[in-house]
Design a protein around this ligand. Sequence first.
Ligand code: FES
Length: 180
Amino acid sequence: MSERSLDFLVRGEKEQAPVESEMATKEVNLTRVNELIAGCSEERWALIPLLQKVQSEFGYIPPECIPLIARKLRLFPSQVQGVISFYAQLYTQPRGRKVVRVCRGTACHVRGGKTILKLVKEHLGIEEGETTPDLEYTLETVACIGVCALAPNIVVGDRVYGRMNPKKVELLFRSRRAGG
Ligand code: FES
């Protein structure tokens, strides 16, 4: 990979994202991290494949791995963090087993999407971008999921739930309300 194609590493230095997870996380097996790092090239092109491997192993990229990865590839930790921040599919915080995506596109918005989002937040007890402490759910919003005719929509995992209303939100997340 050419030096020019690594410009994003430098750009990434300017755009820092928080690296600390505020939630309790399992202790990270640094031995496993070091095994993954040992098996990768020292060339800079190896950065993204290595980050993907670490994320595949842990479900996210534990912040404590970043200095180890940086040392291997002779980068600054801030450069590694910059790349992670640049790619929406890379995470430095644990994700829930199910990702709940509430559509906030125009069609869903005019049919009550804002209320649906508010109710989902209340049931899960988290804000957008957060994960429940038991790592069951992560809540996100999306611009449009492509089934506007069924608005308002939400997606839980791979499944789309259309024509949402407060009763359906209650049924979907009732166990959460009950503390289950
Ligand atoms: S706006 Fe929600 S599915 Fe298109």
